[in-house]
Design a protein around this ligand. Structure first.
Ligand code: ARG
Length: 486
């Protein structure tokens, strides 16, 4: 007979190659803190409902809390051939407390167990990443404040072609807003996902009088899932997290791409401090923004994880299927990748030294004031489309002569735009163009100062459900819970 936990109906053990192929322990071993907390909550509930004797419950809780201590101290060796973290913990418990360990799995299944563990892991990751995003938002906000104080003007681009001058402070706040939406998405999805699958058992619920509300509350969930099939089959929470991670990654990648452009000799808008740059093994002069390139590249990895996991889910009937074991790969890859990107961008932002003179020089390109010339004509009664054409002709004249708009001769200006004089054109400046764009959300200093104030109010992170408890906390939470919980 097989000596597996589920080996009773098997005459022979699983083929070693297939067992290795199916094993999730190398991935899901990181779930130990959540699986122990979940197990402690389950034991408290079983005893509370009289399904377990208090003596057995105490023995199990002592074992679980001791195992938690041993894991944290790095003393635990997981069985090399273990199938997954759930069975591994059960066998470790047998080794510590003996046969009473066999009562732990009453009324639960690895199906509701793994789903609950993943929810708890996600909540932990959300706390960490919301804090990392908050830190990054604070840094972007401070950069914006400084740039506004210094009045730094930079060319704004469309199609990577110089378009109109903008305040550098405005640009930093644009990145701030995108990342702040990401942080909000993370909080939204975690709040929506804060339901406990525990109690669904394999798929149908349990004949034991379980209290799923109690286990949910012990673990900091808002309550249990309403449907046992959905509880074990649902991975929406994970898809939402992967979507958040992919989009946040895309935003970080766009920032990185901008920084890469800025550090080229062609732009020269920023320099990287030495300790944030990399060299070439062949070309002695090179100073490469490689960490920014890795940020850009890893957004591709995050996008791929999302697409891959959706593809895994699309063919699955209810309820649990082993395909769902891909959850581990998807979740940990996304969480680890995003952790690394957030930390790297935070560091890179510090190391990115902007060059305000180069920015100002580029922003003073007179061709970027063409829209302002057209708008001046509009204020003098010329229809915009006519004004656009007239100024376009002036731009062509200036380009042909290799001069700025303000340097065109009076007869040339009069021939194309009779309502304009060379003096009008010479008076246009980048600072003036910036100040003129005073509509809501525009780049005028007064508007950016207001936006900065509004952003200050959004620096603090949105509330999240509580971080997952430790098994030791769960073991000692006074019951009944109604009297102590919210
Ligand atoms: N290791 C599995 C997973 O990660 C746990 C659930 C397994 N259930 C089962 N009947 N094989 O999804």
């Amino acid at each position: 007979m097989s000596d597996k936990a589920w080996g009773g109906r098997f005459a022979r053990d699983t083929d070693r190659g297939l067992a290795a192929f199916a094993r999730s322990l190398p991935l899901d071993r990181r779930l130990w803190p959540y699986d122990l907390a979940l197990s402690a909550a389950h034991v408290r509930m079983l005893a509370h409902r009289g399904i377990l004797s208090q003596a057995d419950a105490d023995a199990l809780l002592t074992g679980l809390v001791d195992l938690e201590r041993a894991f944290a101290a790095g003393e635990v060796e997981l069985p090399e051939e273990g199938e997954d973290i759930h069975l591994a913990i059960e066998s470790l418990l047998f080794a510590r407390i003996g046969e009473v360990a066999g009562r732990l799995h009453t009324g639960r299944s690895r199906n509701d167990q793994v789903a609950t563990d993943l929810h708890l892991y996600l909540r932990d990751a959300a706390h960490r990443q919301s804090a990392a995003l908050t830190d990054l938002l604070g840094a972007l906000w401070e950069r914006s404040r400084q740039a506004l104080e210094q009045g730094v003007v930079v060319p704004g681009y469309t199609h990577t072609q110089r378009a109109q001058p903008v305040l550098l402070a405005h640009l930093w706040l644009a990145h701030f807003d995108a990342l702040e939406r990401d942080r909000g998405r993370l909080a939204d999805l975690v709040r929506r996902a804060n339901r406990s699958p525990l109690g669904a058992a394999a798929l149908a619920g349990s004949p034991h009088p379980l209290d799923a509300v109690l286990t949910a509350r012990l673990l900091g969930f808002d309550g249990p899932y309403d449907n046992s099939l959905d509880a074990v089959a649902d991975r929406d929470f994970l898809v939402e997290y992967l979507s958040f991670a992919a989009l946040c990654g895309v935003h970080l990648s766009r920032m990185a791409d901008e920084a890469i452009l800025w550090t080229t000799a062609e732009f020269g808008f920023a320099a990287l401090e030495d300790d944030a740059a990399f060299g070439s093994s062949l070309m002695p002069q090179k100073k490469n923004p490689e960490a920014f390139e890795h940020v850009r590249a890893r957004a591709g990895r995050l996008t791929g994880v999302l697409a891959g996991f959706l593809a895994t889910l699309k063919g699955l009937p209810l309820a649990y299927n082993s395909d769902l074991q891909e959850s581990h790969h998807a979740l940990y890859t996304a969480a680890d990748t995003l952790d690394g990107m957030l930390a790297a961008v935070r560091r890179l932002l510090e190391a990115l030294v902007v060059q305000p003179e180069r920015m100002a020089q580029a922003a003073s390109d007179p061709l970027m004031l063409a829209t302002d010339a057209a708008d001046l004509l509009v204020r003098r009664g010329v229809p915009f489309r006519t004004a656009h054409r007239q100024v376009g002709e002036l731009v062509a004249e200036a380009a042909a002569r290799g001069v700025g708009l303000g340097e065109l001769a009076a007869d040339v200006v009069a021939a194309h735009a009779p309502a304009l004089t060379p003096a009008d054109l010479a008076r246009l400046t980048a600072q003036g163009a910036v100040a003129a764009r005073a509509t809501h959300g525009g780049t005028a200093p007064a508007r950016v100062a207001e936006a900065l104030e509004r952003a200050r109010a959004r620096l603090a992170p949105p509330p999240l459900p509580p971080p997952p408890p430790r098994a030791a906390d769960v073991a000692h939470t006074p019951l009944p819970l109604e009297e102590v919980s919210r």
